[in-house]
Design a binder for this molecule. Structure first.
Ligand SMILES: [Zn+2]
Length: 266
């Protein structure tokens, strides 16, 4: 018989598991709505061109329609058809990604805890990784869900998955450091969200992540080309990261830095 007090400390510890499946139409609609109907106040973040590059015939179809309801109906019908036509490719990628990810899941989850310096919580236990025909990879913070473009190589899918999963633990940490933060700030177009899209190439470059999956991780493309006072934005943040006393220190100092320079940040 084992007494409760003798149970190993690791008991009850959450190691999230990414569960892979093919995205259904309902998993894609809110992302489509966001991507295809860009916010007029943020023209720099218009993602519709990425969708239209992959599906030029969709742009044709939508051009002839007026009104949100008609557009949404057409978007739904279009991607219902895409899911059928591209089913074999989606299935093939699903199997590859699931196999590659399975080798890394636990190691990555532990490495993210180590670098971000917080623990996964009960609500993180299941993460949904959805293989989708969309050329963009949105994440849904509240449901711990993200979409992966099925055209990616298996290692590309793994790299993007790690980037998305970082967001989940990163915002948990953020809330611990800045308890007054509001939920909406974790999404576009808020500065808190923008910073979260700058840091992946830096945070995931940490040796504890690299030891599990060696990769040149990317932040959002736009930030790889952003300069502040003539110096690359990401180099400035990398310095703050390298000189951090702990992860909280990195968050506080990088938050201060982006606030001081928000006029120059797209
Ligand atoms: Zn991201």
């Amino acid at each position: 018989m084992t007494l409760k007090s003798e149970l190993p400390k690791s008991r009850g510890k959450v190691i999230p598991q990414a569960e892979w499946r093919i995205a259904q139409i309902d998993d894609m609609l809110s992302a489509l709505d966001f991507f295809l109907n860009p916010n007029a106040e943020n023209p720099g973040w218009n993602w519709s061109k990425h969708i239209y590059q992959t599906y030029p015939e969709l742009e044709e179809r939508l051009r002839r329609l007026s009104g949100t309801a008609a557009r949404r109906k057409a978007e739904r019908a279009f991607f219902e058809e895409v899911l059928v036509v591209e089913h074999a490719g989606l299935e093939k990628s699903l199997e590859q990604y699931r196999r590659e990810w399975g080798k890394l899941n636990d190691g990555i989850m532990r490495a993210l805890e180590e670098v971000v310096q917080t623990k996964w919580s009960e609500k993180d236990r299941k993460i949904s990784a959805l293989v989708s025909p969309l050329p963009l990879c949105p994440r849904y913070l509240d449901s711990r869900t993200f979409l992966i473009n099925y055209r990616f190589s298996p290692s590309g899918a793994v790299a993007t998955s790690i980037h998305e999963i970082l967001h989940f633990i990163y915002f948990k940490k953020w809330k611990e450091i800045f308890p007054e933060a509001k939920r909406e700030e974790f999404d576009s177009p808020h500065l808190v969200w923008k910073l979260s899209e700058m840091v992946p190439s830096i945070v995931l470059g940490d040796p504890c992540v690299q030891a599990v999956f060696k990769c040149d991780f990317k932040s959002h493309e736009i930030y790889h080309h952003t300069t502040i006072d003539g110096r690359p934005l990401l180099s400035r943040l990398q310095e703050i990261f390298d000189e951090r006393t702990d992860f909280a220190d990195f968050l506080k100092k990088s938050w201060k830095f982006v606030n001081e320079n928000k006029e120059d940040i797209p």
